[in-house]
Design a protein around this ligand. Sequence first.
Ligand code: MG
Length: 323
Amino acid sequence: MEPAGFYQNAPPDLSMPSFIVVVNSKSGSALDPEQWKTFADPEQFPVWIKLDDVDDIVAAINQQRPSGQRCRILAAGGDGTIHAVAQHQIQADATCEYAVIPVGSGNDLARSLAMPLNPVAAWAVATLGPVHWIDVIECTWDDGHCLATNMVTIGNTGAFLRDLTPEVKQRWGPFCYLRGVVDVAVNLQTFHADIALDGGKPEHREFLNCFIANGRTSGGGLTVAPGAKLDDGLAEVVLIRDGESPEIAGLVGQYAVGDFLAHHLVESRQAREIRIESAEELPCTVDGEVFTTRTLQLKVRPRSFAMVAPVLGPAQERGVAAS
Ligand SMILES: [Mg+2]
């Protein structure tokens, strides 16, 4: 049975939308667009846009979208692909829906949505599944502006995750972010910033990583915000402080994700608005896209993004509120 409230803000629309397929042939394990087309009815899916340049994608969608009609945009790629497509939402009207077909290397938003990671199964959900309105995080920095669908990171993350083997990620899970696990492979830096939540007084913080999470995972399934809900109007702010973690060695590869937030070097809060200022350039990522900035302003836009997600069974869950 679907968790209560799943349909509360999105009554089922049984009419068939127009489809636009956006394919990022560069992302992770994506198939070539020509291969995708072999299992899609060309009459039902007449419009295919190849994502070569993120800046052009919004214009391409607008050009191809039938005006005034319900339209579902299928984004086949990774988190960067759905991120690029999501920027369309900045200027779109309510007739656009979005679905991710996770064929990238990370697929973190898809994981929080509980989308199948098998592309063919995901295609079925993306075309036939119901819409759920999720939050997005509006991001403004020194020289940029965008909507984040899954995760904003500040600090070491983004660089060092690429250096970790799948075995290390699997063994240590979110504890990868603490010193003692990864600093044998990479040079972790500490960063300083003033962080203000919900208009409160800025607090000066020193950290290895800071995550502003809409979804639960970052870096290809590494959980950083186990309790994050995609539709509760709140971002999870998870800060990893620097320090020695003698108990890390004692974990011996066994961890419970829930224990991560209880670690004495991990802080977790919730906020609707976050303002970050620093005297130094902070390395940041938004849904995997890299930039640097000294100021960063984040604001949750509650339930403003019409995202397709599967109907779940009783034993399954996703990062959306149950009530
Ligand atoms: Mg949330």
